[in-house]
Ligand binder design. Structure first.
Ligand code: ADP
Ligand code: ADP
Ligand code: MG
Length: 663
């Protein structure tokens, strides 16, 4: 048999739904998308042959509605359901319901998912199968005193993990016994809120840890192969940021032992489909054959699967579909090899400078570089809504060697232009340019150690400002207007708002297509040979004759015109305030703590009259399933507390006021 399916339904959204649809179409398979209210106009809906509305925007009322998704498959005649990742992908009850409806689940059996679903049971199972596991306590007792004693026995530092956890949530590192009780409470709270299960396990915290995982693939004929490893050690708060394949410093000997352990793990549960065995490795020295331990298995396609596709040439989604249809694995182990090196960076709508707060809003403009593969679920004009994961795209580079692939990633990140929401693009580029990362010697603590320099934002350069000023004036040297005079300077004074502060400059339009930017306390910047072609500006600097290329995008806001200039690999956004709204755009938040987004206050640490330091924790709020500390902007005295623990608050609401500063 070589037939697969004629029509499949994708029970997901965003980039992964779009990615699955593309492979299905290439295989000649028709596709059905499902969508919520918020996604009626989404890319995955536009790409699919048919689309079925399954409910309101919250995932709990749409993408997690088992019955509605199965009804949609039945109504459209789809024979199989691809779950993507997240949502229902690791829900064994969903698999059972799909099969009970006479449909095929494109993924492992419900039994395999159940066996690996809880980290504690999975570790016991793996230990019995002879796979090395991280030492710790993964038993039934949840008594705080007992767990504290176990932590003592294991030896600090330890890691508390929600057994049902995923995506780095419900996890707390504890360095010393006196921090244990609070960390336990917080991990249990997050486990309950995010996964409906407060049960935790405790692990020895591996020092200088590296996260190395093995892609495995099984079919329904008893074959299991591996597709080598991925290194996912660049993490922030236990969440992957940049992944790569192969792992730096991997030797043939360690790879053999690690991939054998992974295949053994998959065979122990008769695994079918794509899966990932995650190991934590001791990164304090070179990788060792006895220096890695099983953490968990993810019984689905992983977000970072494209790096494996890049180095093996295999389309993993195609394999998933073929295996689910009962076909044999297309390649045997000895037909698989690694070619070159690949990286993936996760581009998010989030604000690194502001504690990586998830950002929402309309992507007024979104464009990518040709230097890399871009997997995205959004287009220019689409919104990043508060309902789902704020990932914008995955940027994947591939080259014959690691350094070339790294440079391609860096270029691709620097040429990514997003206007409308904050993104982590510049942070990712700084990371791709970090010497430790470039040298391939890093562990999961790299980002945490160097966070400050990685999120440092350079202010807009004079080139950014000059080009924004040209855009503000609507100047086009090709069609002279707006005082572009042949006989002399036309001088324009402009005041922008940059990061909430006013910024004044003067732009002189001189004869012959030259412009000159003046601002207080700096040398004038002359630009010559200006040419503007739609959104792209070319020029040379007058002093050094350096070539300049920039792209400019604008977006209307209530407060004025947003002008975003990308040049020299750095995008900077300036606001040209409307005359009326001008002063409103200048915010002075130094006397208040404002809710960074809509959410719930889970803890409040201060009362009126308390003395606080700059950076003191005033409370904790939970928003988008993440806990965020509310911190004081300065030293001072609390004059008003306008919320209580348990309150639901709107983004932007004032929560705490400080006494006005004596000036
Ligand atoms: P891990 O579970 O080991 O962290 P991943 O990084 O692949 O593996 O995924 C993190 C978790 O968050 C997974 O449960 C995944 O399904 C979910 N997830 C990640 N990105 C998204 C997204 N864009 N949409 C929905 N769920 C996501
Ligand atoms: P999740 O389901 O959230 O992906 P994991 O158990 O895979 O949870 O752990 C997530 C990350 O936390 C790992 O990639 C690793 O960086 C870190 N981590 C997990 N266990 C340990 C450990 N025992 N020691 C050090 N770091 C760990
Ligand atoms: Mg994991």
């Amino acid at each position: 048999m070589t037939q697969t399916f004629s029509k499949i339904l994708i029970a997901n959204r965003g980039e992964i739904a779009a990615r699955v649809i593309r492979t299905a179409h290439r295989m000649g398979i028709a596709t059905v998308a499902v969508y919520s209210d918020a996604d009626a106009q989404a890319l995955h809906v536009a790409l699919a042959d048919e689309a079925v509305h399954i409910g309101p925007s919250p995932a709990s009322e749409s993408y997690l509605m088992v019955e509605r998704i199965i009804d949609a498959a039945r109504a459209t005649g789809a024979q199989a359901i691809h779950p993507g990742y997240g949502f229902l992908s690791e829900n064994p009850d969903f698999v059972d319901a799909v099969e009970a409806a006479g449909l095929t689940f494109i993924g492992p059996s419900s039994g395999a998912i159940r066996a690996m679903g809880l980290k504690d049971a999975a570790k016991d199972l793996m230990a019995r199968a002879g796979v090395p596991i991280v030492p710790g306590y993964q038993g039934e007792s949840q008594d705080p005193d007992f767990l504290a004693a176990e932590a003592q026995r294991i030896g600090y530092p330890v890691l508390i993990k929600a057994r049902a956890g995923g995506g780095g949530k419900g996890m707390r590192k504890v360095d010393a016994p006196q921090e244990f009780a609070e960390a336990l409470e917080s991990a249990r709270r997050e486990g309950q809120a995010s996964f409906g299960d407060p049960h935790v396990l405790i692990e020895k915290y591996v020092t200088a840890p590296r996260h190395i995982e093995v892609q495995v693939f099984g079919d329904n004929h008893g074959q299991v192969v591996h597709l080598f490893e991925r290194d996912c050690s660049l993490q922030r708060r236990h969440q992957k940021v940049i992944e790569e394949a192969p792992a730096p410093g991997m030797t043939d000997a360690v790879r053999r032992v690690m991939t054998e352990a992974a295949v053994k793990a998959a065979e122990a549960i008769d695994y079918s489909g794509a899966g990932t065995i995650e190991f934590i490795a001791d990164g304090s020295g070179p990788l060792r054959e006895d220096g890695f331990w099983f953490m968990e298995m993810n019984t689905r396609l992983q977000v970072e699967h494209p790096v494996t596709e890049a180095v093996t040439g295999v389309d993993l989604v195609e394999w998933q579909i073929r295996v689910a249809a009962g076909l044999r694995l297309p390649l045997a182990q000895d037909q698989l090899a690694i070619t070159g090196h690949a990286f993936e960076a996760r581009l998010y709508a989030e604000d690194p400078v502001n504690g990586f707060l998830p950002a929402t809003g309309t992507l007024e403009h979104l464009s990518f570089s040709d230097a890399a593969r871009n997997d995205t679920g959004v287009r220019s004009g689409d919104a990043i809504s508060p309902f789902y994961d704020p990932m914008i795209a995955k940027i994947i580079s591939h080259a014959p060697d690691r350094e070339s692939a790294r440079r391609a990633l860096l270029r691709a990140l620097r040429e990514t232009h997003v206007v409308g929401t904050a993104t982590n693009a510049e942070f990712l580029a700084a990371l791709a340019d970090h010497p430790g990362f470039a040298g391939g010697t890093f562990d999961t603590g790299l980002i945490g150690r160097d966070l400050e320099s990685l999120i440092a934002e350079t202010p807009p350069s004079d080139v950014h400002v000059a080009i924004a000023a040209l855009a503000a004036l609507g100047v086009d040297p090709g069609t002279p207007r707006l005082g572009w005079r042949l006989w002399g300077d036309a001088v324009h004074d402009l005041t922008f708002v940059i990061d909430g502060a006013p910024f004044s400059c003067r732009l002189a339009l001189q004869s012959g297509g030259h412009v000159c930017l003046y601002r207080e306390g700096a040398e004038a910047l002359a630009l010559t040979g200006l040419s503007i072609n739609e959104a792209t500006v070319h020029a040379r600097t007058g002093s050094t004759n350096e070539k300049i290329e920039a792209t400019v995008r604008t977006a209307r806001r209530d407060t004025g015109l947003l002008i975003s200039v990308l040049t020299g690999g750095i995008a900077r956004t300036l606001l040209l305030p409307d005359a009326r709204a001008g002063s409103a755009a200048l915010v002075d938040a130094s006397d208040s703590v404002v809710a960074p987004m809509t959410g719930v206050i889970v803890a409040l640490d201060v009362v009126v009259g308390d003395q606080v330091q700059e950076g003191s924790r005033l409370g904790v709020m939970e928003a988008m399933k993440m806990e965020t500390a509310l911190v004081s902007p300065r030293i001072g005295t609390v004059s008003e507390v306008l919320c209580a623990a348990g309150d639901a608050v709107e983004g932007g609401a004032i929560l705490v006021n400080l006494e006005a500063e004596a000036s």
